[in-house]
Design a protein around this ligand. Structure first.
Ligand code: PLP
Length: 410
């Protein structure tokens, strides 16, 4: 380990050494509880306040008070949606999209079982929403609209401000899952129409298990986790102090390097995209080519199994991912690509390469060099592939089974 060629940054990112150094004292000698009255605790509380300011600055919130620390993106999404619904119990209708992360999708499915009506907005072949469908879906019963900023699988970016105008014109609370956007695109919450917004530390080189929910001042929000008075009664439980401080530092670094990082990763991503499209016949990009995160490439290879590709890439130390989920031994194609109506021949052969500031040109060259051979090998393994049907790639050994058995949801 350590020599991996890591292209799975939408799943999680490498901790920046500076972030680790900022966290270290709070995992060792500075172990006070921030709620304690004594100096040892209040010094920690002061650092938490600094982290709150750093996170507020990253997302352009006008007041650090609007930041509530959570355990990550999943909790942030749950807290936002449940918190709004509980404050508007008479409204039983929620609007979301068909391409949300399971953190939102799973909860909305649960809400349907509890008697809520949910509108699942469709996307077109580029992964974009139809804003008229959104407009038509809103009514007096609508408690909340929850839409992601950028898609974790394709990187497709939704027009959040336009969506906000439509939603807020009806006076409906608007939540945005910005887990994949924060630290990658500039955000300015003060000037936006967003009421609640979720971010997660480990997606921008901070630690795992820490996130933040932005709750605009004046928004009525009922806490989802009850107990102590931490986070101004909005999220009970002794704080993940080191995590919060690490996330604050990561936010500070991300804000400073937003522009240069975006330019660097988009140049490398485009280079990878060009080279794979040229060298691998029967390949196509999934998702809108412009309205997309600079770091994400979702590419399909016809008649090839994405999971088998991952296993072969892994043999060269290359880490990527697919959007499929393995349930009871069978591979379920990605719900995002299905919603985009990606044709069946291409659906299983999707691979996501997601970059970060740590990727290099040499790594792009390595992938570009290995990929045609991998595709060729997989197509050869299946005579059926040559006849035009999707091949069933034969794999052997525990390594293969283990690698493809994991469910990927990030
Ligand atoms: N929302 C989106 C769009 C994500 O990509 C993820 C994680 O991949 C989450 C929510 C969940 O975040 P976390 O892993 O911090 O729970």
């Amino acid at each position: 380990m350590g020599s991996e060629v890591y292209f799975d940054n939408n799943a999680t990112t490498r901790l920046i050494p500076e972030v680790f150094e900022a966290m270290r004292p709070y995992l060792t000698e500075l172990y006070g509880n921030p709620s304690s009255i004594h100096r040892f605790g209040s010094e920690v509380a002061r650092k938490i306040q600094q982290a709150r300011e750093q996170v507020a600055a990253l997302i352009g919130a006008s007041d650090p008070i609007e930041i509530v620390f959570t355990s990550g993106g999943t909790e942030g999404d749950n807290a936002a949606i449940r918190g709004i619904l509980e404050s508007r119990p008479e409204k039983r209708h929620v609007v979301t999209s068909q391409v949300e992360h399971p953190a939102v999708m799973g909860l909305c499915q649960h809400l349907e079982k509890k008697g809520y009506r949910v509108n699942w907005l469709s996307v077109d072949q580029d992964g974009l929403l139809d804003l008229d469908e959104l407009r038509d879906s809103l009514n007096d019963e609508t408690a909340l609209v929850t839409i992601m900023y950028a898609n974790n699988e394709t990187g497709v970016i939704f027009p959040i401000e336009e969506i906000g105008k439509i939603v807020k014109a009806k006076g409906i609370p608007f939540h945005v899952d910005a887990v994949q956007a924060a630290g990658k695109v500039p955000l300015n919450l003060e000037k936006s129409l967003i009421d609640l917004l979720t971010v997660s530390g480990h997606k921008f080189h901070g630690p795992k298990g820490i996130g933040a929910l932005y709750v605009r001042r004046g928004i009525t929000f009922r806490p989802f986790i009850l107990g102590g008075h931490q986070e101004r009664n909005r999220r009970a439980g002794t704080e993940n102090v080191a995590g919060i401080i690490g996330m604050g530092k990561a936010a500070e670094v991300a804000l400073k390097s937003l522009g240069p990082d975006e330019r660097q990763v988009s140049r490398l991503r485009d280079q990878l995209e060009q080279s794979l499209l040229q060298s691998c016949p029967d390949s196509r990009v999934n998702g809108h080519r412009e309205k997309r995160l600079a770091n994400t490439l979702n590419i399909s290879f016809k008649f090839v199994e994405g999971e088998a590709m991952l296993v072969l890439l892994d043999q060269f130390g290359i880490c990527a991912s697919t959007g499929s989920a393995c349930t009871a031994g069978s591979v379920e194609p990605s719900h995002v690509l299905r919603a985009m109506k990606v044709p069946a021949d291409w659906l299983q052969g999707a691979v996501r390469f997601s970059l970060s500031r740590y990727n290099t040109e040499a790594e792009i060259e390595l992938i570009s060099e290995k990929m045609p051979g991998i595709i060729h090998r997989l197509l050869e393994l299946s005579a059926v592939g040559k006849l035009g049907a999707r091949p069933k790639v034969q794999q052997s050994g525990d390594r293969t089974t283990g690698s493809i058995g994991a469910r990927r949801e990030s």
